[in-house]
Design a protein around this ligand. Structure first.
Ligand code: 13P
Length: 248
């Protein structure tokens, strides 16, 4: 049985001191030993966040990372900067990074490989636009994103990866995908991983749904056969996140 993983993506919200305050508020609410709980916070808040979650079930993740070891890459964060402070997860290829910061499937692949090289678990994002959904190419598009993201990734690594299926039209819009839509794509992702690797890898990999997840929608979404938790934006900054983590 796969362990659920419920992650908050704080995006560009909360200063370092506000981060500590919010973690203190959420700590008692997100207690749940049966699921993995991750808060992905802005880079400047990683160190205070790691300090604030000590002794709790919460892990801290970054929202981005570069694929080179070090050097002349002004403004970027290297993988060993994350591992040095104890970061365990990193979101890779969020649609907002693809849209505003020119990330491509190829840079996503480079980052995924680099994260694994450093023992960081990537939360690999994929998702279609509303136009693509209307054109009927959702599954083709997602399969292409997955195939490129996993180029040269070994089965052993893939087993530890987390994939977040986030339909772009559902992000921050309040328009959550229907349970059937979310499950259909998450199942297709698992099939694709099975084709790229084998049945054991497909069975092990964890696939989240993201896009307007709320305390109301989480219970049904997270109990689908192929949905292993969520990547939550807006609602992860509120006490509601406690209800999402304790969706059962
Ligand atoms: P919302 O939950 O705010 O729609 O954001 C989803 C998301 O982008 C998580 O990465």
């Amino acid at each position: 049985m796969r362990r659920k993983i419920i992650a908050g993506n704080w995006k560009m919200n909360k200063t370092p001191s506000e981060t500590v305050k919010l973690i203190e508020e959420l700590k008692p609410l997100v207690k749940n030993d049966e699921v993995d709980v991750v808060f992905c916070v802005p880079a400047v808040s990683l160190i205070p966040a790691l300090e604030a979650v000590k002794g709790t079930n919460i892990e801290i993740g970054a929202e981005n990372m570069f694929y080179e070891e070090s050097g002349a890459y002004t403004g970027e964060i290297a993988p060993n900067m994350l591992t040095d402070i104890g970061v365990k997860y990193v979101i890779i290829g969020h649609s907002e990074r693809r849209e505003y910061f020119a990330e491509t499937d190829e840079t996503v692949n480079k980052k995924v490989l680099k994260a694994f090289e450093h023992g960081i678990t990537p939360i690999i994002c994929c998702g279609e636009s509303l136009t693509q959904r209307e054109q009927g190419i959702t599954i083709d598009w997602i399969r292409m994103q997955i195939k490129i993201a996993f180029l040269n990734v070994t089965a052993e690594q893939a087993k530890k990866a987390v994939i977040a299926y986030e339909p772009i039209w559902a992000i921050g819009t309040g328009k959550v995908a229907t349970t059937e839509q979310a499950e259909e794509v998450c199942a297709a992702i698992r099939t694709c991983i099975g084709e790229l690797y084998d049945a054991a890898t497909a069975e092990a990999i964890r696939i989240q749904y993201g896009g307007s997840v709320s305390a109301a929608s989480a219970p049904e979404l997270f109990t689908q056969a192929n949905i292993d938790g969520g990547l939550v934006g807006g609602a992860s900054l509120k006490p509601d996140f406690g209800k999402i983590v304790n969706y059962k």
